[in-house]
Design a binder for this molecule. Structure first.
Ligand code: GTP
Ligand code: MG
Length: 422
């Protein structure tokens, strides 16, 4: 028989029950549910949970001494190989906790970084994740602790090379400089693509939302694109764009990385160029998994993340997805989203709501359409024919320098006439 199975790591989750956080993040049990999903996505089996009610985390070792003893007993009795903490820990906290438990300790940030490292596919995605990991390692170089370095490998150490953990700061800094240069080149290429796209004048509609909400499934449904869908967190890291027909117009639909609460700052920073694509969207489709009891919190996190990326003011269509998982009573209590232009209910898995969504997209797009005024020089008389054929002309006026037209233009025609705008 062939041996294929790699031993799965087993983990105990640890968190602080801090009432302050409930507002945006949900209560501690909801938070640990999500942490468990993250752990499962990274390939760990969760064997138990332990929480401590405190106002603040312990500055030296995250949990109090008594709780750490309890945690140690639990880990031993469950044969767990590591502890995953629900917050981002300081290097000293990580080292101390790991030494006191004599066990590998990961924080939420390292776990998410690990998942991203596992998921990155494109050159840009890989460079971005590696940058975020190196930055994290740079700030934690002395923080691995005895237990961590002894038990090397596995979750939290994946990505580009474990030996890099041991490389010194200077080498990491040099690597970061090189990666920054690589990323700048990738960004230049992207900018060129974007420039071409803008010239073509095709409107852009972007899917945004909490991770696992069903963005890629909707992308499939609306565009037929064969994008990756999985019931795990952060299935998508790279941006995908597809052209779709919408009523009379063509639009570009983009799918991208999902959001999560307490997204590590290094990752947001590293993924800025991917996320910045959202700046060029004309409309955002905010996909919400309404079957998740924490979906109201998730919506708050999405709006907060959009605001932090300075893309808060765009027209939003809220897509309440996974309605097939709700019973009738729960369907009825779905609230309207006051921040959205319109709300649509869908069940992307069985195509429910597809036409309503396409109609809503068309309607919002129409409402964004503004007329433009162009001056057609007499020397380019053919443009007059072109404008009448391809645009909706509202008024015409002859002047000394040419013909002044007010018109609605879309797509290629908009791109072509934009240069003549007055
Ligand atoms: N029951 C049900 N499941 C759905 C629906 N839409 C998507 N799913 C499932 O939800 C899971 C996540 O879907 P994805 O499309 O990968 O979600 P995503 O928002 O792209 O997730 P990330 O890329 O990880 O951020 C998959 O298992 C889908 O099959 C739906 O309407 N109903
Ligand atoms: Mg996806």
């Amino acid at each position: 028989m062939q041996e294929t199975a790699t031993p799965t790591e087993t983990a105990i989750l640890a968190g602080i029950d801090d009432k302050e956080c409930i507002g945006l993040y949900g209560d501690i049990s909801e938070q640990l549910d999500e942490l468990a999903e993250l752990a499962a996505t990274a390939g760990a089996t969760v064997k138990g949970r332990l929480t401590q009610r405190r106002e603040n985390v312990h500055p030296g070792h995250y949990l109090g001494k008594g709780k750490i003893e309890e945690l140690k007993d639990l880990a031993i009795s469950e044969w767990a190989s590591m502890v995953i903490c629900n917050d981002e820990l300081s290097p000293a906290q990580l080292r101390n906790l790991s030494d006191m438990l004599n066990m590998k300790v990961l924080d939420r940030t390292a776990l998410i970084l690990d998942i991203f490292a596992m998921r990155a596919r494109s050159a840009e995605g890989k460079v971005q994740v590696e940058m975020a990991q190196l930055k994290y390692r740079l700030s934690h170089l002395t923080g691995a602790g005895r237990a961590m370095s002894r038990l090397g490998g596995g979750i939290g150490t994946r990505g580009p090379g474990e030996t890099k953990l041991e490389t010194d700061r200077r080498q990491i800094r040099e690597k970061l400089t090189r990666l920054r240069r690589e990323l700048a080149e990738i960004r230049d290429r992207r900018r060129l693509l974007r420039h071409n796209r803008e010239r073509s004048g095709i409107p852009v509609i972007s899917l945004v939302g909490y991770t696992n909400a069903g963005k890629s499934t909707l992308m499939r449904l609306l565009s037929g694109a064969d994008v990756f869908v999985e019931d795990k967190l952060f299935a998508t890291l790279d941006a995908t764009t597809r052209k779709i027909e919408l009523g009379t117009a063509e639009v570009l639909l983009t799918d991208t990385v999902g959001f999560i609460q307490k997204l590590p700052a290094d990752l947001v920073e590293a993924f800025k160029s991917t996320l910045e694509e959202l700046k060029y969207a004309d409309i955002l489709l905010h996909v919400v998994d309404v079957s998740n009891p924490a979906h109201q919190n998730h919506m708050g996190v999405v709006y907060q993340t959009l605001a932090s990326l300075e893309i808060g003011g765009k027209p939003v269509i809220t897509v309440y997805n996974k309605t097939d998982k709700l019973d009738r009573d729960n369907q009825a209590v779905l609230l309207a989203d006051p921040r959205a232009e319109v709300c649509v209910r869908t069940a992307a898995v069985n195509r429910t709501g597809r036409d309503e969504l396409l109609n809503a997209m068309d309607t919002v797009l129409q409402s964004l359409r503004r007329s433009i005024t162009v001056l057609l020089p007499f020397s380019q008389g053919w443009l007059m024919d072109y404008a009448h054929k391809n645009c909706n002309v509202i008024s015409r006026e002859h002047t000394q320098d040419g013909v002044l037209l007010e018109l609605y233009a879309e797509g290629e025609a908009l791109g072509r006439l934009r240069e003549l705008m007055t």
